[in-house]
Design a protein around this ligand. Structure first.
Ligand SMILES: Nc1ncnc2c1ncn2[C@@H]1O[C@H](COP(=O)(O)OP(=O)(O)OP(=O)(O)O)[C@@H](O)[C@H]1O
Ligand SMILES: [Mg+2]
Length: 268
């Protein structure tokens, strides 16, 4: 198996019921890929992520993970016990101890240098997300799984965050599985997009998915113009500090327009 993780005909039920949350999902992620999962609230994105990580029971199908796969995971929600004091420094050493220098370098890397002695509960939302990312990266992951990682970040923070993700991929070769609502921005950074709504509605390159009727039906007004914007950004990148865009092709479409059919999965 070359894939880091592969799911076949995956089904998940709402806990304690036979009500499906996900049905017949086939998914895999290869080394070095950036794959983004989009879909409305409640469409099963976090459930898919947790199933891939082995955190929820499957109702159907199977999940295979490469033996010994190192995964860095930033969950959508983290329960922090506000009654228990915990510094950033201590949090970074859970569950595995890391050296001071390593912790400091990683905090600098994710843009929150010097916060070691701050209490976790006193960080801003955006600072906390960066600390979570730092903790995930400290384990030198082959696969980084990020569930809505830009929550609490401001707009420049979001853009910087995705640049950082692309840099990490370029430097470490880690694959990245991303759940996100930042449609336009994630599309630019992704190799492949998967649109979920209890099943896979459509998947393909960002361009294929943004032009898919299934995607438009799901995101409605929000997706209006996404493709146009996507093309515009690729043709005219005004972002001068962004020299190398690994995920995107700025110079138009080398493929044939007729090839741009997404793989639509129509649900019975
Ligand atoms: N622990 C749980 N107990 C009961 N229902 C659950 C549980 N986890 C998920 N669900 C249900 O499964 C469905 C999918 O939830 P999930 O969290 O995977 O959606 P999501 O796509 O990540 O949504 P969001 O965009 O809001 O994060 C929802 O209807 C949710 O209520
Ligand atoms: Mg979720």
């Amino acid at each position: 198996m070359t894939a880091l993780i592969r799911a076949e005909r995956l089904g998940i039920h709402r806990p304690g019921t036979t009500e499906p949350v996900l049905d017949n999902v086939n998914f895999s992620i290869e080394p070095g890929e950036i794959v983004t999962v989009v879909g409305p609230n409640g469409s099963g994105k976090s459930s898919l992520v947790r199933a891939l990580l082995g955190h929820v029971a499957l109702a159907a199908g199977r999940v295979m993970r490469l033996t010994g796969l190192r995964i860095g995971y930033v969950p959508q929600r983290v329960h922090i016990d506000t009654a228990m004091p915990m510094t950033v420094r201590r949090f970074l050493s859970l569950p595995r101890r890391v050296a001071d220098a390593e912790a400091a370098a990683m905090l600098r890397r994710v843009g929150v240098e010097g916060v070691e002695q701050r209490q976790i509960t006193q960080l801003s939302g955006g600072q906390f997300q960066r600390v979570l990312l730092a903790r995930a990266l400290l384990h030198d992951p082959q696969l980084l799984v990020l569930d809505e990682p830009t929550q609490g970040l401001d707009q420049p923070g979001i853009v910087a965050f995705y640049k950082l993700i692309e840099q990490i991929r370029a430097e470490t070769g880690a694959a990245i599985l991303l759940v996100s609502h930042d449609l336009l921005v994630v599309m630019r950074a992704s190799d492949r997009v998967l649109c979920l709504n209890g099943h896979i509605c459509c998947e393909g390159t960002p361009q294929q998915v943004s032009s898919a009727p299934e995607y438009r039906a799901l995101f409605g007004a929000e997706s209006e113009g996404t493709l146009a914007l996507y093309r515009h950004h690729h043709d005219h990148d005004h972002d001068h500090d962004h020299d190398h865009d690994h995920g995107a092709d700025h110079h138009g479409d080398h493929g044939h327009p007729h090839d741009a059919h997404p793989r639509g999965h129509h649900h019975a």
